[in-house]
Design a protein around this ligand. Structure first.
Ligand code: SF4
Length: 194
């Protein structure tokens, strides 16, 4: 059973964190409460999410919500769905496009204290390779190999690709993802959130 005052103090500490040197400055973005039953561990906020101060506030989020069958009001209901990225602040963009990977110190510092309060979580979605390497029990191999073995991680975890536009080609080459995996995942999510 989580202590409300401890949780509030912890969130205040997260939101005041300035540990990283970031191009647009620290602005931790996460959406979670101790009653969440579904936990989404993504990568890091993109520039639009940074500007909106809201996780997945971009086309990437639209794609992820469509994959999961979650309308925005439920997706952003932190009492039911927790969204805790591997890095809480926008890390900047690398030359040639694509965001810089999140600084490992963020998850190393904050995940364990946050997750200690999340006793109601029944399913954790590992969105992208960074979260998979950190949290899958056997993180060897590629993102594609991990996602192809999604049944092996049920009922507690499901690895997913990062929902960027780059995933569109991957999904076309792996038709089982939309034909088999996503329908089964939506059923599991509905069961977890009922
Ligand atoms: S990315 Fe994480 S560790 Fe770095 S400043 Fe933001 S909240 Fe702090």
């Amino acid at each position: 059973m989580t202590n409300d005052a401890d949780w509030t103090r912890l969130l205040e500490r997260v939101r005041a964190c300035t540990a990283c040197d970031l191009p647009l400055g620290p602005k931790p973005i996460l959406s979670v409460s101790p009653t969440a039953r579904l936990l989404i561990i993504g990568q890091a906020p993109g520039r639009r999410a940074h500007e909106a101060a809201r996780t997945f506030a971009d086309a990437t989020g639209d794609r992820l919500r469509a994959w999961l069958g979650l309308a925005p009001d439920l997706f952003y209901d932190s009492t039911r769905v927790g969204i805790v990225p591997m890095g809480f602040c926008y890390p900047g963009t690398q030359e040639g496009g694509g965001d810089i990977l999140p600084d490992a110190r963020c998850s190393a510092t904050w995940h364990a204290p946050l997750f200690a309060h999340l006793s109601q979580v029944k399913l954790t979605l590992l969105v992208g390779r960074v979260a998979q390497v950190r949290y899958l029990p056997d993180p060897l191999g590629s993102m594609s190999e991990a996602v192809a073995r999604w049944r092996d991680y049920l009922p507690g975890q499901v690895p997913l690709p990062h929902p960027s536009w780059r995933t569109l080609g991957w999904a076309n080459r792996n038709p089982w993802f939309e034909a088999e995996m996503l329908p089964a995942l939506r059923v599991r999510i509905a069961d977890v959130l009922k």
